[in-house]
Ligand binder design. Structure first.
Ligand SMILES: [Fe+2]
Length: 368
């Protein structure tokens, strides 16, 4: 016998109420017990600078960009880049591919589920991840309201890096219904890697290091490219549930293309939230946890989140996570240690930290 609709609605309302009361109870009784970051409306942006990197090929231009990058990284760890040389129509083609992919029937997307790939490349359905997972007791955070697609460096199955079955290398799964999709993804991956190298050289100079200081750690880098679709915030979302819960990124740097729907929010040094408003033909760049470890906490890997609006538009974004190779040993760089600056983090490999963050947010560990 089928259950009447009003009965299902009542059941949902009761579950929501219990969830809300439970969270409020924890929030009042012990701040340390609740793992997630409760949502509050953000302020208008005023601290995320726009940095033109078109002149970094000459020393004066590089020094100026490095100065601006340093200011940003000491503050929110977020900045926009313009003058990057990536054509607007090429980025538009990436968004067109993303929209075409997410418009496929669910069964087509599930046919390439990320769990089937040793590198976790493929489709992640809505609710597959809880990004608000910075604390180890993060099971209290509700799952994110986004669906995504991951791709890694395209490699033959018998390549030594593919054989290690790690995140970032090989084992891509492509949608059968979109024959041109893989070519676009592979081209975008290459372009973002080149842009990532340029941004890393600016960051190195901003830290009084040689421009190629990061190069040995990125030979090859471990990058994952992601397409993300955020539907409008549903009226029936759970308490504090949003497109992407508050989190830091895990690796080196993130280069994000976002459409004009809005929704990305960034926490400031004084614990407020501000909007990272879409700016045409720009990328949003932010530092990940490994950059904070490298800089001994001098530069920030900052909390951010995504909240779309009820009844609003779908949001599409394309982050490129550019991280050091998995075996890289992450220790403070020489210019970030010294008197008055004791070590903030233990030594780790890139794979150790990123593997742990994957486990916390997805609830399972990678095979290797
Ligand atoms: Fe992020």
């Amino acid at each position: 016998m089928s259950v009447p609709w009003w009965c299902q609605d009542l059941k949902f309302a009761c579950k929501s109420l219990i969830w809300r009361m439970t969270c409020l109870h924890f929030a009042r009784s012990s701040r340390s017990v609740i793992a997630m970051h409760l949502y509050a409306t953000p302020e208008k942006p005023h601290l995320i600078p726009v940095i033109d990197i078109s002149k970094v090929h000459d020393p004066a231009g590089l020094a100026e960009a490095a100065h601006q990058v340093r200011e940003a990284c000491l503050e929110t760890g977020f900045f926009y880049v313009t003058g990057h040389g990536v054509p607007a129509d090429f980025v538009a083609a990436q968004f067109a591919a993303a929209r075409a992919f997410f418009a496929l029937p669910l069964e087509d997307k599930l046919a390439i589920h990320m769990r089937q790939s040793p590198s976790t490349a493929g489709y992640e359905p809505i609710g597959g991840q809880s990004l608000d997972s910075q604390d180890s007791d993060s099971e209290k955070a509700p799952p994110d309201l986004k669906e995504t697609f991951y791709c890694c460096l395209e490699l033959p199955q018998d390549h030594p890096l593919s054989l290690r079955k790690m995140r970032g290398y090989g084992h891509n799964q492509w949608p059968a219904a979109l024959p041109d999709f893989s070519g676009q993804m592979i081209d975008y991956y290459a372009r973002m890697s080149a842009l990532g190298d340029r941004i890393l050289s600016i960051i190195a100079v901003s830290l009084d290091l040689e421009p190629d200081w990061f190069k040995p750690f990125y030979a090859p880098g471990s990058a994952t490219q992601r397409l993300i679709h955020y539907p409008p915030q549903p009226a029936r979302a759970a308490f504090n549930q949003m497109g992407a819960g508050a989190h830091t990124d895990w690796g080196g740097i993130t280069i994000l293309a976002q459409d004009d729907a809005g929704g990305l929010e960034v926490r400031t040094v004084d614990d407020k939230w501000i909007e990272a408003t879409p700016i045409p033909e720009s990328f949003v760049v932010n530092l990940g946890d490994l950059m904070a470890r490298w800089t001994n906490g001098v530069y920030r890997s900052n909390l951010h989140r995504v909240m779309t609006r009820q009844g609003g538009r779908d949001r599409y974004s394309v982050p490129f996570f550019y991280s050091p190779s998995p075996d890289s040993i992450i220790e403070p760089m020489p210019t970030c240690l010294g008197e008055g600056r004791p070590r903030q983090f233990a030594t780790c490999t890139a794979a150790e930290h990123m593997g742990e963050m994957f486990r916390r947010s997805y609830g399972y560990s990678l095979a290797s």
